[in-house]
Design a protein around this ligand. Sequence first.
Ligand code: HEM
Length: 128
Amino acid sequence: MALDYLLLKKIHLHCVGLSVALFALRLGLRLAAPERLAAWKVLRVLPHGVDTLLLSTAIAMVVVGGIDLLQSPWLLAKIGALGLYIVLGSVALKRATTRTGQAAAGLAALATVGWIVATAVGKQPWLP
Ligand code: HEM
């Protein structure tokens, strides 16, 4: 079981890196060359696959590790911040119509994901 958990954590971490890199790439293209973002279908499909795997491994770790969410404030904070990251990401990549709005929402989304990583590493709901 410990091995399963460690394997899930490894996959989770690789998905985190890929997810953030793909988001940053899409944000950069949206700001600098939106026509390319629209043309590269892989950039619309791949992030969904990676994010689904990221969430699946997260849920699997909670189940396999027998983690009680109510006893883990850092995980509850993470889930809340994940919701914020999704909303900000969708504003940056889809809803915002001005470049200023896209850039502001994109930077806020990257700051949010940075905060999620900090709470995950420190296992505390606030910045360590
Ligand atoms: C964008 C979203 C997420 C990011 C960026 C992220 C990031 C991370 C990072 C960096 C770690 C490694 C921490 C360490 O150094 O030990 C980690 C571990 C973990 N994450 Fe996530 N995570 C995300 C979403 C989630 C969600 C939604 C859940 C829960 C439903 C979750 C559950 C876990 C668990 C259980 C661990 C393992 C903790 C341990 O055993 O050390 N993650 N995450």
